[in-house]
Design a protein around this ligand. Structure first.
Ligand SMILES: [Zn+2]
Ligand SMILES: [Zn+2]
Length: 486
């Protein structure tokens, strides 16, 4: 009798361990959706629908709303055990842009993240993008619960937050996802994880789930809202769900898989006038100008490119210090090198409307992926341009002007070289390569011309941040004034 009593107690204890608060939360959520075995049986999930996508880091003003795309014909195929997904969708901009509606394809397969252009050209995205897209596999109730119910996950820190049950799910690869579960319905309402953004540093990725509906005995959210650093970046409304359908080909395209995740920086140098160098080579160009006793750099697109163009400027004129970096506007692909420039001791010159943005960018924590500034912790020295700023000595003269009334951004600066008749500007006119098809339109060109003629600037040649050097005539040709509305 005594022996048997001990056995019973032993079984009771191990059963209690199996139902730890962590396990209970996960099992309750799985039951609410249709049962743990139902969730485990879903390997391929195909979602169809529509929604909105937002252009992160591209708002008109630093505090403004993100530009919105209307998303239609969306189809996302997720292969949970394979760690792969691919999404195709039509994106139609609702803001002023030269880019027409386009079919967008993006995906991830293992550590390869890729994008496919509407013309079918595949390119590889960064290693961080691949990590973020892999994380998205767990930013869905099926993905996170498949992991949490499995044997590899570590469940910790059960807690209550704002009337919701929360638990941390750590995967075998070491990533941690906080799963939020509704107290009454027990359905997953949110998954939160941390990632690193090149400009903003440590940020939260949040995905919210609502409007659950049943498909083949499984309840799934039909509205999925994604946020990055608190900004809504995508809303998907699911109109069709297929469990374990034919996934098609989810391999990364060969051209993307064989490309490097972080391509080396390529810089081509052209001395376009005495003491003025146009540093091209990839999508975003920079300009270096030589003054009597120092150098000035225009445009700091990304950390890698900025460190490379700074090194190139110092190599071109070894005897003079590079002291200033001009930022054309706050968009992330044009300000991604601000922190790198500060880490190299450069004074930042920016539009008055971007001053607070630059201060915030410099202040941000970059603990997940420490960048050059996180390692050097140099202070920010900043000068802002309100009406006009002239940098001038006997050797060189640059006048910086705000681009007034641009539909593209409220923080745009253009740089005029009065002695050479050069104008440096970003995004307002990007001449296509010779022979390449022109864009659908040049919606910012007329405003750029007005900003030049209104100030009576003598401009003979353009040094665009995108594109190539062209005579001013090329801009005049495309800057047909808007037709009066009928
Ligand atoms: Zn821009
Ligand atoms: Zn641009």
């Amino acid at each position: 009798m005594r022996y048997r009593w001990f056995v019973t107690l032993g079984l009771g204890l191990s059963a209690a361990c199996m139902r730890s608060p962590e396990t209970a939360l996960v099992r309750d959520a799985a039951e609410a959706m249709g049962g743990p075995s139902k969730i485990a049986s879903v390997e391929i999930l195909i979602l169809e629908g529509n929604g909105e996508a937002f252009n992160f880091g591209q708002n008109k003003s630093p505090d403004g709303e993100l530009p919105k795309f209307t998303v239609t014909e969306l189809r996302r195929v997720i292969d949970f055990p394979g760690g792969r997904w691919r999404q195709e969708a039509m994106r139609t901009p609702t803001f002023v842009t030269a880019n027409p509606p386009a079919r967008q394809t993006q995906g991830v397969a293992g550590d390869v993240a890729y994008n496919v252009s509407p013309a079918g050209a595949a390119s590889r995205a960064s290693a961080r993008t691949a990590m973020d897209r892999e994380a998205e596999l767990y930013h869905h109730p099926v993905g996170i619960l498949r992991e949490a119910l499995g044997t590899e996950a570590n469940l910790t820190n059960p807690r209550k937050e704002g009337g919701q049950d929360v638990i941390d799910v750590s995967t075998a690869s070491g990533a941690t996802y906080s799963l939020y579960i509704d107290e009454s319905t027990k359905l997953p309402v949110k998954v939160v994880s941390k990632t690193s953004n090149p400009v903003l540093g440590d940020v939260l990725m949040e995905t919210e789930f609502s409007d659950y509906a049943e498909t083949d005995g499984l309840k799934l959210p039909s509205v999925i809202t994604s946020r990055l650093d608190g900004d809504t970046v995508a809303v998907t409304r699911v109109t069709g769900t297929t469990l374990n359908g034919d996934p098609g080909d989810l391999e990364a395209p060969a051209d993307a898989a064989s490309a490097p995740a972080e391509p080396p920086v390529a810089i081509e140098v052209a001395e376009v006038a005495k003491g003025i160098w146009y540093l091209t080579g990839q999508s975003h160009h920079s300009v270096v100008a030589e003054f009597q006793d120092h150098l000035v750099l225009i445009e700091v697109p990304s950390e890698a490119r900025t460190l490379a163009v700074i090194a190139k400027a110092r190599e071109l004129v070894p005897g003079k210090p590079l002291t200033h970096a001009v930022v054309t506007h706050h968009h992330f692909d044009h300000s991604g090198g601000v922190r790198a420039a500060v880490s190299e001791g450069l004074t930042i010159i920016t539009h008055a409307g971007a001053g607070k943005f630059v201060e915030d960018v410099v202040r941000r924590q970059h603990g997940i992926e420490p960048d050059a500034l996180a390692k050097s912790s140099k202070p920010l020295i900043i000068q802002t341009v309100e009406g006009e700023m002239v940098l001038e000595d006997e050797a060189m003269s640059i006048a910086l002007y705000p681009v007034d009334g641009s539909p593209h951004a409220d923080t745009l600066l253009m740089a005029h070289f009065p002695r050479q008749g050069f104008l440096v500007q970003a995004d307002l006119y990007s001449p296509p390569a010779p022979g390449a098809p022109p864009p659908a339109g040049y919606p910012f060109a007329a405003n750029l011309v007005e900003n030049c003629t209104g100030r009576k600037l003598k401009v003979e040649n353009l040094l665009p941040i995108h594109g190539r050097m062209v005579p001013m005539r090329a801009l005049m040709d495309v800057a047909t004034p808007a037709k009066p509305s009928e």
